[in-house]
Design a protein around this ligand. Structure first.
Ligand SMILES: Nc1ncnc2c1ncn2[C@@H]1O[C@H](COP(=O)(O)OP(=O)(O)OP(=O)(O)O)[C@@H](O)[C@H]1O
Ligand SMILES: Nc1ccn([C@H]2C[C@H](O)[C@@H](COP(=O)(O)O)O2)c(=O)n1
Length: 224
């Protein structure tokens, strides 16, 4: 069998820094990047646009199969723009309501099946950094490098609060904390592909660590 394209998986709960760290690491390595959460968010949004009942697993899976999702890469690790069925949905997708809808539809096995091949198609030379909840456990179990990022729930809520405030979105810290804890519980307790570290993942608690420190720790795994 030929040499497989290397994959670095970065899983963890909401606000642990997966996206930020993955994008920066991908730029430094010159690898591709997969934001798997954006796929679930995009399907949730497309389902809402077409008034599909989010609790109807087969209807949402059909929506997942027909939704066109395009990533327009940002410069130097900036968040990519996400185009859903031809519309730039980047801003809407980052709202906590989109995260909650994504978390709800992600619990349906047919929806996860519908996104399986698409996620694996991101594995292209010279390498892939993939972030999500089940990258190291289900999508790329053979990944050469696996990281599980965490941070205290309070710090994750504070990070998200600052991020949304910088974007001009007004939300309360306590409300965000409640939403983050509810999403963590739903993602970790679902029957299929729950949020959990792969057995061979390296755990990094990012509480109190700067972004640059976390990037350096992750890069050291790939280039020791
Ligand atoms: N180590 C860190 N120190 C301080 N802030 C951080 C750190 N890592 C990420 N952040 C900031 O926290 C916010 C959330 O990070 P990010 O979106 O990368 O998290 P995430 O785990 O991908 O979340 P989600 O799963 O909800 O998409 C961003 O504003 C980011 O700049
Ligand atoms: N691999 C993945 C990625 C995401 N999800 C679900 C669960 C999350 O709460 C939601 C949004 O993800 P985020 O953008 O916050 O990373 O999507 C999943 O089940 N599996």
């Amino acid at each position: 069998m030929g040499k497989q394209v290397p994959v670095l998986t970065i899983d963890g709960p909401s606000g642990s820094g997966k996206g930020t760290i993955s994008r920066l690491v991908a730029v430094r390595l010159g690898w591709h990047y997969l934001d798997s959460g954006a796929l679930y968010r995009a399907v949730g949004l497309a389902a809402a646009w077409s008034e599909v009942d989010l609790s109807d697993a087969e209807a949402v899976a059909a929506c997942a199969r027909r939704t066109e999702i395009e990533f327009r890469t940002g410069e130097g690790g900036a968040e990519p723009h996400v185009i859903v069925n031809g519309k730039d949905a980047t801003h809407q997708l980052r709202m906590e309501t989109a995260g909650a809808a994504a978390s709800a539809i992600a619990a349906h096995p047919p929806v996860r099946d519908a996104l399986l091949d698409l996620q694996r198609s991101f594995r292209r030379s010279p390498g892939l950094v993939a972030d999500g909840r089940d990258m190291g456990t289900v999508i790329f179990p053979d990944a050469a490098y696996k990281v599980f990022l965490t941070a205290s729930a309070r710090e994750r809520a504070e990070r998200r609060h600052k991020q949304l405030k910088d974007k001009g979105v007004s939300v309360t810290l306590d409300g965000l904390l409640r939403e983050i804890l509810a999403r963590d519980a739903r993602d970790a307790e679902r029957a299929v592909a729950p949020l959990r570290p792969a057995e061979d993942a390296v755990h990094i608690d990012t509480t109190g660590l700067s972004i640059e420190t976390v990037v350096a720790r992750v890069l050291a795994l790939v280039n020791p």
